[in-house]
Design a protein around this ligand. Structure first.
Ligand code: GLU
Length: 435
């Protein structure tokens, strides 16, 4: 079957798409790291092949009636990389340029992220190829509901549990929960995480990714012998992850000297008033027309003189071209895949510590796990409980990765991959192959 097979309504199970050579893509970027870790671990060939490919790739067609009466057909994906440690887990993104290759890469990233975070989930990712900025709320609801209905046999609290990702939010998750529940004929809160609080969401979920980035930063600073109040931090991206990272790091005493969003970058060596920037963003939808600092480009922002750089925007922001110009001592990857594989060695040579995405931004999925646990318990924790458990799990994950990296005398990125692949591979071998 070709990976382009589409069916109306019924999921299509397809073979993995071939890896395209030439243009760097997130799948190749992930595989470059995976291969290095697999080699260090001397991974058995069969296990390597198993872990390299997603177990399931589903493409659905999503026809909806637009507000103007026309029928438009969108394409939706869900890639399950594996379910070795437990049901698969991962967000759903809405983007006009999303590709199956990208979803595949993000799905395997979720496997390694869950393993690093010590949570009992496999990895998955979903997407709908659409541009939410030109869709009405009604159209978005129709897309979400039809996508969910078409994925009814894929999703499930013990099978595959979606969550928010780029351009999806609590409202999207509420529609998914409701549509799934309508088909199941019972309210099934644990089928999706990142829900609004009143319908089974968890306290702390919205802030969780930024909080995890903050904890990872503090742990890394300790290893570098730096105190939070001695460092200045530049944050790229001012969405949910970037803005909360900036706010929480400021609360810890760091000086936030640079922030950015699609409107560009802002630099202020005296420190940016992060709360005011968050307020400005809420009112104006972006940092545009603000005077929080000198106006610079997003490219210039990455190359600023600073101690900590937190790329919290999107993939492939740091590559072989700008890596030589990065001046930070520490990079904390709040986004998924912000550093391309060919930049890794350059950063290593420059002695820059990089806390990789699969560790640094694992706070989100960690609190998603708590949400799923609370849904199944029917008992909800207070915010102190959530944060305490989250902080402990993130610190433990950091320590595991740090120890693995030290043991193999390698970077934190490879340390994280080695730790994750080793754990998943050992579980796979213990479970054995059925068939
Ligand atoms: N989309 C988030 C991530 O990339 C969260 C996934 C989840 O909570 O399942 O980690």
């Amino acid at each position: 079957m070709s990976d382009k097979d589409i069916t109306n309504g019924t999921p299509t199970y397809v073979e993995p798409a071939p890896v395209h050579h030439g243009e760097p893509n997130p799948f190749e970027s992930m595989m470059a790291r995976f291969d290095k870790a697999a080699e260090i671990l001397n991974l058995e060939k069969g296990v390597y092949e198993y872990l390299q490919k997603p177990v399931k790739q589903v493409i659905v067609s999503i026809p909806i009636q637009m507000d103007n009466g026309e029928i438009k057909v969108f394409e939706g994906y869900r890639v399950i990389h594996d379910n070795i440690l437990g049901p698969s887990k991962g967000g759903i993104r809405y983007a006009p340029d999303v590709t199956l290759d990208e979803v595949k890469a993000l799905a395997s990233w979720m496997t390694w992220k869950c393993a690093v975070a010590n949570i009992p989930f496999g990895g998955a990712k979903g997407a709908v190829k659409c541009d939410p900025s030109v869709l009405s709320k009604v159209e978005l609801e129709k897309i979400t509901r039809r996508y969910t209905a078409n994925m009814f046999s894929v999703f499930g609290p013990d099978m595959d549990i979606p969550a928010p990702d780029m351009n999806t939010n609590e409202q999207t998750m509420a529609w998914i929960m409701d549509t799934y529940s309508m088909h199941a004929q019972r309210t099934e809160t644990a089928v999706v995480t990142g829900k609004p609080l009143i319908i089974g969401g968890s306290l702390g979920r919205v802030e969780a990714t930024g909080r995890g980035v903050m904890i990872s930063t503090l742990e890394a600073l300790k290893k570098l012998g730096l105190e939070p109040y001695d460092v200045n931090v530049v944050v790229q991206g001012f969405g949910n992850v970037g803005s909360i990272t900036a706010r929480l790091l400021k609360e810890q005493g760091c000086k936030i000297t640079g922030i950015s969003d699609i409107s560009g970058g802002y630099y202020n060596k005296k420190g940016i008033d992060v709360d005011a920037a968050i307020d400005h963003c809420k009112k104006n939808k972006s940092l545009k027309n603000s005077n929080f600092g000198e106006k610079i480009t997003n490219e210039e922002l990455l190359e600023l003189e600073c101690d900590v750089l937190a790329p919290c925007a999107k993939e492939d922001q740091i590559d072989k071209d700008n890596a030589p110009n990065i001046k930070a001592k520490l990079i904390i990857e709040g986004a998924n895949g912000p550093t391309s594989a060919d930049a890794d060695d350059i950063l290593k040579e420059k002695g820059i510590m990089v806390v990789p995405d699969i560790l640094a931004n694992a706070g989100g999925v960690t609190v998603s796990y708590f949400e799923w646990v609370q849904n199944r318990l029917g008992y909800y924790w207070d915010i102190d409980d959530v944060n305490r458990r989250h902080d402990r799990m993130m610190s433990e994950a950091f320590e595991n990765v740090y120890e693995t990296a030290s043991k193999y005398r390698t970077t934190l990125r490879l340390g994280a991959y080695i730790f994750a692949i080793d754990k998943v591979a050992k579980t796979l071998v213990l479970r054995g192959i059925y068939g």
